[in-house]
Design a protein around this ligand. Structure first.
Ligand code: ACO
Length: 192
């Protein structure tokens, strides 16, 4: 299946997606990759990577010729045992636009379905809606990864498109029902 995905995407056969806790030698590289996008203390970042395990949370890394070029984290959603929340999806700045993000997400979905036996993936994004909609994610109501309920600030402010006179984000075909406001997170989900 992975071979098939690589063929379809037309990308190299030297790619591997693996859980970081099985390959701890890549932790420092992974930390630098994530921190290059979202600056945070190395200690806090390393602690987060150290929590990766066979169940959730799991940090997956994308390796190309023994170099970490991508990362995503699969986190627990306390109220949904059959689902996870994907966070911190990132591809090396120099390698974006080559299909690696798509490959990482498709492989992470396979991992969720086949290894973790999950049925749904949730995520939130501010600006990458088109990337995820191309991968089959649809806008959904917000979910909490902390347990409990949402504060009013954290609730997705999406509106029915017929009510939007001047949408600030163009809606791609797979997202016919909603538009987005630019300063709020958009929650999206995909049934595996
Ligand atoms: N807007 C619209 N379309 C996009 C975008 C975008 N920002 N990024 C990629 N696409 C499209 C591509 O054109 C391509 O379309 P195609 O299949 O029709 O050719 C498809 O999505 C796949 O693109 P890839 O080349 O696989 O994407 P890339 O390798 O550049 O990775 C990623 C995308 C992960 C978003 C990368 O740009 C990145 O690391 N961005 C910075 C960090 C970030 O914002 N991460 C997402 C945070 S949200 C979260 O973690 C849940």
């Amino acid at each position: 299946m992975i071979w098939f995905i690589k063929q379809i995407l037309g990308i190299g056969m030297d790619l591997q997606v693996v859980p970081i806790h099985k390959h701890p030698q890549y932790k420092e590289q992974c930390c630098n990759l994530i921190n290059d996008e979202w600056k945070r203390s190395t200690t806090a970042r390393m602690r987060s990577l150290d929590s990766s395990c066979d169940n959730l949370p799991t940090n997956l890394i994308l390796l190309k010729e023994n170099k970490v070029i991508g990362h995503c984290k699969l986190s627990v959603i306390p109220s949904m045992r059959n689902a996870c929340f994907v966070e911190s999806v990132v591809i090396d700045k120099l390698l974006r636009g080559n299909g690696y993000g798509k490959y990482l997400m498709i492989t992470a979905e396979e991992y969720c379905r086949n290894i973790l036996k999950l049925e749904v993936i949730y995520l939130s994004t501010k600006g990458q809606e088109l990337f995820y909609s191309k991968l089959g994610y649809n806008v959904c109501p917000p979910v909490s990864i902390y347990g409990g309920s949402f504060s009013s600030e954290s609730v997705l402010q999406c509106e029915k498109i017929e009510n939007v006179t001047n949408p600030t984000f163009p809606c791609p075909p797979p997202l016919p029902k909603y538009s987005f406001t630019t300063n709020t997170k958009t929650y999206m989900k995909k049934v595996l």
